[in-house]
Design a protein around this ligand. Sequence first.
Ligand code: SF4
Length: 479
Amino acid sequence: MGQALEDEIADTQAAQALGIIATNIDMAQQDEGPICQDTGMPTFVVHTPVGVNQLHVKRAIREAVAEATRRGKLRPNSVDSLTGKNSGDNLGEETPVMHFEQWEEDEIEVKLILKGGGCENKNIQYSLPCELDHLGRADRSLEGVRRCILHAVWQAQGQGCAPGAVGVCIGSDRAHGYVLAKDQLFRTLDDVNPVSELAKLESEVMEEANRIGVGAMGFGGKVSLIGCKICAANRLPASFFVSVAYDCWAFRRLGVRLDASSGAITRWLYRDPNRAVERMARMEGFPLTGREVVLTAPLSEESVRALKVGDVVLISGEVYTGRDAVHAYLMKNPPPVDLHGAVLYHCGPVMLKQGDGWSVKAAGPTTSSREEPYQATVIEKYGVRAVIGKGGMGAKTLAALQKSGAVYLNGIGGAAQFYARTVDKVLGVHLLEFGIPEGMWHLHVNNFAAIVTMDANGNSLHADVEKETGAKLTELQQV
Ligand code: SF4
């Protein structure tokens, strides 16, 4: 991410987004808080020598996950798929995810990846041969694989919190292909693939994907991909899958080597305890230009209609969070509060109960496209004036913004610490029966920075970037 900051063109929206991300990384490090509010599906890969009791290791992992959740390091993310109930401690049927392997070494190795829903939803699998938008046919060849990976980066746009990294598996079956693709995300970004054809493909993709122009958060820009790691596995003669695991800029991995008899940590993976912590941000806080539009919620129609795509806004006042469960609820029930003029924030925060009140541990925006089937109705029916989220929304919402005089504001995905510090008070919570991330939190914010990416005049930066980057993909296909 340090490299991404250096490579991006200064004073662009993408550079501003990277600046916020850098500040957020520093804040998370200082507070030992979650770098992003979506702490993902905890996925452990464990290697044990023969004779180690894996049940014992499983128990220890479950206890550690529950404790990390209690301490506000992990957001409660484990939801019963039949009842919709959040278990509250990240434990549940098949969560956390654990993969065990035996190996010949003497030590135990435990690796953990935390990959949030925004980027997990942008994983994609191709069955070759297939036709790809802007890239034509992908055949059963390395050229076909190259096209699939470029397409995977393109289709993620800002929804997976670009710049991201991709782990890729060529071959295998549908299920194992995804496991192997995710496994590639455990490689360090600067390693070199021992298979020369794959090493060549990795570097080609890095170079080309960073020419497409998706940019940080899909704002358009020079840096779209920070890593590409590819493996190949045998396949059935009739199948040729390319499985792509897309990980966001937060790219959270950690690992330890343990003495198999004492359990003591002998070595950390992905971090060097002897290396001093380096500050990521070049300046304090959000780089203000003086051109920002200052808004106080609730918002008037006039102030919102005056906004245009590209404006940076600083919002102060009252904001309500609402994501999947709240939107589904609002389709059938009136809101528990008056939403006229309101700012609705697509956010599932990490909150900790402290005495009678709550404190915000992490509160960045979540992927808005999930609310596309509901958003237009919620805006038109209840008078919402601004929606904050990330990754943009579709044509139905854009039409509703125009009709009702509302805007879509793109926050910086994953900047959970940065945005948590804009909350000066938790005023209350509604619909908490949906669980902490899904409840409707009533927050008072101060100078919440976001960029207008869909305005009330029918303009959408997301639609523009998608079109422009699609044209770049076509150019790459013709090379
Ligand atoms: S940075 Fe974005 S994609 Fe990654 S976990 Fe956070 S919200 Fe999800």
